[in-house]
Design a protein around this ligand. Structure first.
Ligand code: NAP
Length: 297
């Protein structure tokens, strides 16, 4: 079994992003700027935003952080986003999800300028992606594609089962992997969800399984075929009685599955770091479009 070590892949891609950022800075003394917006005080959300901002700073991106209390109105949040849309110094906007129930998430996504939608959630970007037109690919699917690329895994001709059909992971990924593209697509994709009967019927014949359901230990060894490639997107916080602390695990029963698989991504340290790479790539692309910089990564 080979571990799909997201930290190793992260280091590789971050160096590439930093190299290009430094080069541009040397030439024109400008660098990309990511604006993060956090609503409320959810512990994990705060942690994610801080992490993204600290990595941005390390590689020379500028950051702009906006924090609102839980009771902010949808209207005020949209007005803030509209102002940032017009701010030429900001290249990417990330609104940390989930938002409070009082705010309609779709209205927030729709208010972001698609050119600054570095999370790739706006319908214009999702639609373009579905049509194979250049766009921002959602950060997690983009990170997964880069993880596969780093480990020289081609998806072409393989049967790929995606468990979970969210708008930010399963759905876009199913479109990308089944697209007519030899680099990251041309797989046969089966997308399963909570209404699928006997999920193991599909997973047992899959060459690749990508799981994003948010249920700890969901995928077991008896649900996969020998030498399957397993990508675990899940992030679940569980209480560990032994240490009396919380720990983060994925959707895969890692110890049960690892020896039967050919490749497997761990949690933490698999898809998580690569999602940040996806976001930074998109921010750099947005910045390069603004300054009309030709070279592509
Ligand atoms: P989500 O919106 O939480 O939806 C979960 C999906 O799983 C739904 O499509 C649901 O089916 C499906 N599902 C639930 N129970 C199931 C079952 N018993 N059998 C089969 N399918 C089932 O999805 P998400 O936002 O993609 O999040 C999923 C997990 O990934 C979470 O743990 C989240 O924290 C993690 N995540 C990680 C990253 C990262 O960077 N590593 C990024 C995003 C998300 P229905 O549609 O039928 O309800």
């Amino acid at each position: 079994m080979i571990l799909l070590d997201g930290k190793k892949a992260f280091d590789f891609f971050i160096e590439k992003i930093q190299y290009e950022t430094d080069l541009i800075k040397k030439n024109i003394n400008e660098s990309p700027c990511l604006c993060t917006i956090l609503v409320g005080n959810n512990y994990s959300s705060k942690l994610y935003v801080n992490k993204k901002n600290s990595i941005c700073s390390k590689i020379g991106f500028k950051t702009h952080f906006i924090h609102y209390n839980n009771d902010i109105s949808e209207k005020l949040l949209i007005n803030t986003i509209k102002k940032i849309n017009l701010n030429k110094n900001i290249d990417g906007i990330l609104v940390q999800m989930p938002l409070p129930n009082s705010i309609n998430t779709n209205n927030i996504i729709l208010s972001i300028d698609p050119n600054k939608d570095v999370d790739g959630f706006h319908p214009e970007n999702l639609g373009k992606m579905a049509l194979g037109i250049e766009s921002y690919i959602s950060a997690t699917p983009k990170g997964i594609l880069l993880l596969l690329e780093y480990f020289n895994i081609t998806i072409k001709n393989k049967h790929c089962v995606i468990i979970g059909r969210s708008n930010i992971v399963g759905k876009p990924l199913s479109m990308l992997l089944s697209s007519n593209n030899d680099n990251f697509g041309n797989a046969t994709v089966t997308l399963v969800h909570s209404y699928t009967q006997n999920i193991e019927t599909y997973t047992r014949i899959a060459d690749v399984i990508i799981i994003a359901v948010g249920i700890p230990y969901f995928l077991k060894a008896n649900m996969i075929k020998k030498n399957a490639i397993i990508i675990d997107v899940g992030i679940n916080k569980i209480f560990c009685k032994k240490t009396n602390t919380y720990k983060v695990i994925g959707d895969v029963d890692f110890n049960d599955v690892k020896e039967k698989s050919s490749y497997i991504s761990p949690v933490p340290g698999g898809v998580g770091p690569m999602t940040i790479i996806g976001l930074l790539y998109n921010t750099l692309i947005s910045f390069k479009k603004k300054i009309k910089y030709g070279k592509t990564l």
